[in-house]
Design a protein around this ligand. Structure first.
Ligand SMILES: Nc1ncnc2[nH]cnc12
Ligand SMILES: [Zn+2]
Length: 332
């Protein structure tokens, strides 16, 4: 049974926005705790809005939702809720994104955000046995100067942050816009990743690789439009963090049966499966595996390869990666 295999496999999750794990029930609870009135009548009224035609329609709701996150405890509770779900899905390592500007731009101190998140992840490492890395993403719809202004805060917390990323509205905001801050981060020894080729063209994927020198590509679906680029990515071993239910909900694919995951694997790409914004897209990582497996007919070998890839593509030390990969190989 695929469901049993998927549930039992120890896995890493490499593309999950912590703000995108804010379930409607927690949003309402935090709103009440902080004396905030949400512009939605009820949890059900909010959920009814989770019907998106594109990335921007989702982002508008996602940025409105973060208004309830005010204190260190709020960020702790948000992260802890995700970690309990991750544990249930047998996630043993997670590399999560957060969007600092979505908080600092409304007056929440960077320290409040990172300290709350870090405490939850440290506690989870002890109590739930889940290791973690944290990646701070810049919002690409904002000017690069805003990212440069924020960057010293990230450096100040470099003991808690492994890398920087690039997310938000992709079309019209190509990776080339962010070369300065990415080259500085690279020089400073941070890992660098970028969302590319989710809605944007294959050329944005090429820019992320050549201009930002990314260590991993988030989404990357549209690289498939360019055969030569796809071959280069496969040859270089650069991994893609693919998010099937996100692709479906944001209409990157019109039907899960049309998801290009098999094509990606057949072309030698190191693809991984992830939940992106699970509270908004209808499923955590195992739901992504299960629904995709059912839709495109993934066999056991392909499922195991995708899980092996999750460790291979992680920023864990090589020896730790190898130990996780051996544990996964035992399922072959
Ligand atoms: N899927 C996604 N694409 C771009 N930015 C995001 N921020 C949160 N989820 C995102
Ligand atoms: Zn994402």
């Amino acid at each position: 049974m695929k469901t049993t295999l998927i549930n039992q496999l120890p896995k890493a999750e490499l593309h999950m926005h912590i703000e995108g794990s804010l379930e409607p029930e927690l949003m309402f609870a935090l709103a009440e705790r902080n004396g905030i009135t949400l512009p939605y009548e009820s949890v059900d009224a909010l959920k009814a809005l989770y019907d998106f035609n594109n990335l921007q329609e989702f982002l508008d709701i996602y940025y409105a939702g973060v208004s309830v996150l005010q204190t260190e405890q709020d960020f702790y509770d948000l992260a802890w809720a995700y970690l309990e779900r991750a544990k249930a899905d047998h996630v043993v390592h997670t590399e999560i994104f957060f969007d600092p500007q979505s908080h600092t731009d409304r007056g929440i101190a960077f320290d409040v955000v990172i300290n709350g998140l870090h405490q939850a992840f440290s506690d989870a490492q002890q109590e739930l046995g889940i290791s973690f890395h944290v990646i701070a993403c810049f919002l690409r719809h904002l000017p690069e100067q805003d990212a440069l202004d924020l960057y010293p805060e990230i450096v100040k917390h470099r003991d808690k942050i492994i890398g920087i990323g690039l997310d938000s509205s992709e079309l019209g905001h190509p990776p080339e816009k962010y070369q300065q801050v990415f080259s500085q981060a690279k020089k400073d020894g941070f890992k660098v990743v970028a969302h590319a080729g989710e809605e944007g063209p294959a050329d944005y994927v090429r820019q992320a690789i050549e201009l930002l020198k990314v260590d991993r590509i988030d989404h990357g679906n549209r690289c498939l439009d360019d055969g030569e680029l796809t071959r280069q990515i496969a040859e270089s071993g650069l991994a893609l963090t693919v998010c099937p239910l996100s692709n479906l909900k944001l209409k990157v694919v019109s039907d899960l049966q049309e998801h290009p995951i098999k094509d990606m694997l057949a072309k030698g790409l190191i693809a991984t499966l992830n939940s992106d914004d699970p509270a908004y897209f209808g499923g955590y990582v195992n739901d992504n595996f299960q629904q995709l497996a059912a839709a495109v007919g993934l066999d056991n070998d392909e499922i195991i390869t995708l899980v092996e890839n999750s460790f291979r593509a992680s920023f864990l030390p090589e020896s730790v990666k190898e130990a996780h990969i051996s544990a996964v190989q035992a399922f072959r």
